[in-house]
Ligand binder design. Structure first.
Ligand SMILES: Cc1ncc(C[n+]2csc(CCOP(=O)(O)OP(=O)(O)O)c2C)c(N)n1
Ligand SMILES: [Mg+2]
Length: 704
């Protein structure tokens, strides 16, 4: 496709095709485009197409509408800008660079450098650069959430919009409106093809999140070719069905038309807004030509020159930022942001005088800290052979913390009665009452996960629940949480075949192992009510996400006068009951519902003269974080006779069971039957543990 068609030459206010000598807006827009082209060319990888096509839209949004102070990029009342089509990362990097956003640490402290300098743009996709292939929150200042897996940005944006509504409802007071910001999202065909966009839009429409706008780059193209191959629905009608307001702009270069659509969004009272903007991808149309040159390729020197010529750009210039461009950002976005930011600081000072307690809460939210004594009311459970399900204990622990941490909020994907995630005495978060803390996600696990990311990124402390097996439905969002290291507690109940009669469709097998395989994730599977309490105590103090794996069935509450304190959970694994009368002949280790089996087996073994140590092992990650001496004290190298028990996939347990140890785990899917029967059928009985332990204890090589 000839370049002059790829970026149509138009005259009038929307003309963004003038060269460096043209009007400054057009020059600035072309600067964004050329930075993207040059960076892709230098890296020899990446996508310049979407930045080329959508530069006028992003420029108009940033310079005319976004409330954002480049010198204080974490200012709490800033508008959020999310680039959901993360492959267009250079659009964001160029904006951060030209807007002069300052680099800050996680708490907002300036680091004395730009968030993205021109040199950083030149290091696009290089090791250690702040300009990775896709935008990474926590890595590059100004990246509000990590995007790249299509759909995650639009999903997180719903949580951000919910957070703004919640913060406004809880903290704004007459004459003291501290919060009132908007969430601006750019997204692409791929975002809207992904199922999560449907969940997200459905939820946002239901909640009437009028602070949320998705600006859709309707460029008729994705990787394999035109959208006529696979995506032909009427997107606007689809969103109208979700209860959104929709607008369209026929040409991405028509900045005035786009500005009018944003103005309409800002006036929309009770609906989220979709603005569909037709654009033409920046250069060439390799998809249609069916060549090997897909839109993620660099153009090649000749085509770059031709592109520059077509835009009236000096064809040999690279990473050129013409005079006046940075100033233009500064006198628009910068001036507006500074003014708003300063006014906000004054408002905050007045607020702190009028409402010192609320202001103190906001400070904790901003710094990610917990109030003093937040865990003071956590319950303790008396020994009880019948016991309670760990999901029940979890609900009690959560409800003991909630009054102390008002910004702890969450809910379930329609399973609150099962997940025990409901906060007693708290209202539901709904369109008519955004101050509620009980969130109702409906049966939408994926957007629940993504929304949790948006809530956590807004300083709130979300927890979200579903059955452990349905973690799979939200896993892409959970993975982003782990990558970003945002604090979220996943309340996963019904955590094994022990859930019983719902059968193999609902019985998780590989889920725990797969969560443990995820870097940055902390997986805790407590053995009884008191370990569950400790799990919550640990979970809220983790910097990153925590998955709780909780039983549906009752588990005995262990007698802590007889056994080691449940506080041992904080070290990941601990000696619950040691061998009596000498070094252990065998170590029995387990997590969750299988710990009581080991406790019982230890009694039987001792009657038979076999000394068994029971190690409760609720969290591998916390255990691995302990020093070698502690780990050795729990699992002495010399004792190689070992049995590990967990009603899940065996994967990974060999690390602790050792090469000669026995692992009692699941090797198939489960079965629909009462808990006792299904547990017995698959070998989860104290007798089986005894049998395995005896075999281990007789191993000739059992001691080093
Ligand atoms: C979940 C997910 N699947 C696949 C990809 C790989 N991918 C990157 S861009 C893209 C499609 C690009 O089309 P579109 O979203 O319309 O963006 P455009 O090319 O128009 O910028 C795909 C499939 C991805 N990033 N995320
Ligand atoms: Mg597209």
């Amino acid at each position: 496709m000839p370049l002059d068609q790829a970026v149509p030459a138009r005259s009038g206010p929307g003309d963004a095709t003038a060269g460096p000598k043209g009007d400054i807006d057009a020059v600035a827009i072309n600067t964004i485009r050329m930075l993207a082209v040059d960076a892709v060319e230098k890296a020899d990888s990446g996508h310049a197409g979407a930045p080329m096509g959508f530069a006028p839209v992003a420029y108009t949004l940033w310079t005319r509408f976004l409330n954002y102070d480049p010198s204080r990029p974490l200012w709490p009342n800033r508008d959020r800008f999310v680039l959901s089509n993360g492959h267009a990362s250079l659009l964001l990097y160029s904006l951060l660079c030209l807007a002069g956003v300052e680099r800050v640490d996680r708490r907002g402290k300036p680091l004395g450098k730009p968030a993205v300098s021109l040199d950083d743009a030149k290091a696009f996709r290089e090791l250690g650069s702040v300009t990775p292939g896709h935008p990474e929150h926590g890595h590059t200042t100004g990246v509000e959430t990590t995007t790249g897996p299509l759909g995650q940005g639009v999903g997180a944006s719903v949580g951000m919009a919910m957070a703004e509504r919640w913060l406004s409802a809880r903290y704004n007071r007459p004459g003291h409106a501290l919060f009132g910001y908007r969430i601006y999202v750019i997204c692409s065909d791929g975002d809207l093809m992904e199922g999560i966009s449907g969940e997200a839009a459905s939820l946002a429409g239901h909640l009437k999140l009028s602070n949320l706008v998705w600006i859709y780059d309707d460029n008729n193209i994705s990787i394999e070719g035109g959208t006529d191959l696979a995506f032909t629905e009427d997107v606007e009608r689809r969103f109208q069905g979700y209860g959104w307001a929709t607008h369209h702009v026929d040409d991405a270069n028509d900045c005035e038309a786009f500005a009018r659509a944003i103005e309409a969004f800002q006036k929309a009272g009770d609906k989220p807004t979709l603005i569909r903007v037709r654009s033409i991808i920046g250069y060439g149309s390799p998809h249609k030509q069916g060549t090997s040159k897909i839109h993620s390729d660099a153009l090649g020197a000749d085509e770059v020159k031709a592109t520059k010529r077509a835009l009236g750009w000096p064809e040999d210039a690279q990473f050129l930022v013409p005079d006046g461009v940075r100033q233009r950002f500064d006198e628009t976005l910068g001036a507006r942001g500074r003014k708003r930011g300063q006014a906000w600081e004054a408002a905050r000072a007045a607020y702190a005088k009028a409402f010192p307690e609320l202001a103190a809460e906001l400070e904790l939210i901003e710094t990610g800290a917990l109030p003093k004594g937040w865990d003071a009311d956590l319950p303790s459970f008396a020994a009880d052979a019948k016991g309670v399900a760990t999901r029940e204990a979890s609900g009690k622990a959560l409800n003991a913390i909630a009054p102390k941490v008002p910004w702890l909020l969450g809910g379930s994907a329609d399973l609150a009665p099962s997940n025990k995630t409901l906060l007693d005495g708290e209202r539901a978060f709904e369109a008519a009452d955004y101050g509620g803390r009980n969130l109702h996600f409906g049966v939408r696990e994926h957007v629940m996960g993504a929304a949790a990311n948006g809530l956590a990124l807004s300083g709130l402390r979300p927890y979200v629940g579903t059955f452990l097996v349905f973690n799979d439905y939200m896993r892409p969002a959970v993975r982003i949480a782990a990558l970003m290291q945002v604090p979220i507690v996943y309340v996963y109940t019904h955590d094994s075949i022990g859930l019983g009669q719902d059968g193999p469709t609902h019985q998780p097998i590989e889920q725990i192992a797969s969560l443990r395989a995820m870097p940055g994730m902390t997986v805790i599977r407590p053995a009884d009510a008191n370990e569950t309490v400790e799990a919550w105590r640990v979970a809220l103090q983790q910097p990153g996400p925590v998955a709780l794996s909780l039983s549906r069935q009752a588990l005995p509450t262990l007698d802590r006068a007889k056994f080691a304190p449940a506080a041992g959970l904080a070290r990941g694994a601990y000696v619950l009951a040691d061998a009596e009368g000498g070094a252990p002949d065998v170590i029995l280790m387990a997590s969750g519902s299988e710990v009581p089996l080991c406790v019982e087996a230890r009694e039987t073994l001792s009657q038979q003269g076999v000394r068994a140590r029971v190690v409760s092992m609720p969290c591998w990650e916390l255990f691995e974080a302990q020093d070698a001496a502690y780990r050795e004290s729990v699992l002495p190298r010399a004792v190689t006779a070992r049995v590990a028990v967990e009603a899940g996939a065996a994967l990974g347990w060999d690390r602790y069971a050792g090469p000669g140890g026995e692992i009692i785990a699941m090797h198939t899917f489960g079965s629909s039957a009462p808990t006792k029967d299904v547990m017995r059928h698959f070998g989860f009985t104290a007798e089986h543990v005894v049998e395995a332990a005896l075999a281990q204890a007789k191993r000739p090589d059992r001691r080093e």
